[in-house]
Ligand binder design. Sequence first.
Ligand code: P6P
Length: 331
Amino acid sequence: MFQVNTIERFILQHQPKHAQGDFTQLLYDIALAAKLISHQTNRAGLTDILGGAGEVNVQGEDQQKLDVYADEALVRLCDHTGRLCVMASEEREDVIQIPEQFEKGSYVLVYDPLDGSSNIDVNVSIGTVFGIYRYKDWETRGRLEDVLQPPRDLVAAGYILFGASTMLVYSTGDGVHGFTLDTEVGEFLLSHPNMRLPEPPAYFSVNHGNLGKWSPAVKAYVAWLQGQADGDVPRLSSRYIGSLVADFHRNLLRGGIFAYPAEIGKPEGKIRLLYEAGPLAFLIHHAGGYASNGHGPILDIEPTGLHQRVPFYIGNRRLVERIETLLIEEK
Ligand code: P6P
């Protein structure tokens, strides 16, 4: 009999020792949200879910209707279960409190409900990124301090990729595992167990249109990635979709690096620490790779604000460490 491994069965078989039902159920809740968002995303051209929502979010970006839908889906599925004590979303200025009438739980959910949403209307893959922390202090749980934790303290992280198929990839620190949504039965089935970053890497992902905004060290780094500088870099192909989760996922499967460097006048770069760089840094760490802000591990950065941005380099360790060397030499 072939083994059908649903995400529910897999989570139960691999739940970390600290997890009781709550942690496992929280992952189910996220998987359910993924199914709801996938359903809307796949119909995006057929229903009135395309286009702008007519609002600007805390990032100053035009909110897409699917952004709002994905954000609402995660809040409504998670705010009353008694599993969370607080949430934080890319789409909302402040932390999301658990409504008074519900019990506060032990976990903190940080998420970008739909990263790359500017690509929705042109039918390019988009994604949700999430991270899960435990509370800091039981009596005071539910405060900003529970959210502003370094990514190294994550107990789980993952992403959902809405592409040719819908995939949910997550780690609780015991390997990185990928599930593909079987739309016929409405289940996420294990399709990519124990994902490891392959060597040698195949791709590098950076927006060359920003060349004029980079420091000399970053320009030298990108030239090195292009193989123009010296022979010790395997031939890398350039692939940049403009949707972080899609670029990350391809590089995780084929090996490579995604870079969103600091820019002259924008030293913090573009990618958000809490709900983009941090969870992906956790995942790449458990897949054998490395993520840096150009000076050190993303995992060790203590967040100072919900929407803090960081320069971001993530992928095969040797490719990432090169930028750290070049930036030290630039000083
Ligand atoms: P640029 C999407 O807005 C996003 O945050 C990531 O998904 C993506 O990698 C990046 O921005 C693209 O930014 O400036 O190259 O268009």
